[in-house]
Ligand binder design. Sequence first.
Ligand code: MG
Length: 307
Amino acid sequence: MIQLLAPRPGLLSEASSRFYRESHKGLTCTTVEPCKWIRKSFMRILSPRLDLTEFFHRIPAVKERVLMLDYDGTLAPFQVRPERALPYPGVANALEELVSDRGTRVVIVSGRRAEDLASLLPLAKRPEIWGGHGWERLLPSGEHRTQEPKPGTRQALEQAAHSAQEFLVRSGARVERKPASIALHWRGLPALAVAKIQQRVQAAWSPLAKAGELELLAFDGGIELRATGCNKQHAVKAVLSETCGDSAVAYLGDDITDEDAFAAIKPRGIAVLVRPEYRDTSADVWIRPPRELLSFIKRWRVKGRRA
Ligand SMILES: [Mg+2]
């Protein structure tokens, strides 16, 4: 049964109520009494296909549970210096407990290097990490699998890095090299400086992307020139191919780059947008970090532990 939870009158602020009405325009909503958990930490249901209460009720009974999570903006607030982006308070502990329970396969899926994430999220039992938008896989055993882009693509990325260094001198932007991409970060810079950098990087990198082996993608706080062939969707599909049909699976992410993963997870599970502010998305649920994120993880753990 498709159940669309509509908030009781008076439960939301006027702004939130307006958003809810807009996002469900044309749909018939049933106003229901929110369950205790939802009342304590309201989660916004965006998809009429989703019965979130039923989803959580299934977790104890299924054979496998898989929770996939993006890192930056989802588990950790953004920082001007990405290497300082530590998880929100309580998040590392919540994941530590979830991994230790062994009832859920926890998978981190990020655009960062896998080894960098292992340092930022140093759990006693390391979860599986997919880095570089799916080009790297770091297993809990420590085994590190990587795919390499074609030699010509790597050469083009080197050329992009070189050109960026030339025009970025004194701009304040930072270049991050990854196995199959190069990212330009401008978080924290004045809007005028960002506009100039955007203009120059578009001019320098767009011709490289036109060849078809590379794509230019914006992300929250920068832009990335990335080898085609792998993205977060590939990571999600690979994990799902190893997961039986009788499973509970979810993917949590914040950025446009997570929309690929949302599309991959939805036929089998739920897509959760984790952001302080709403944006257009194909996700099924929207939650705000860190409180609602922690509620989600803890609720998942309680249900999974009972299995
Ligand atoms: Mg993110």
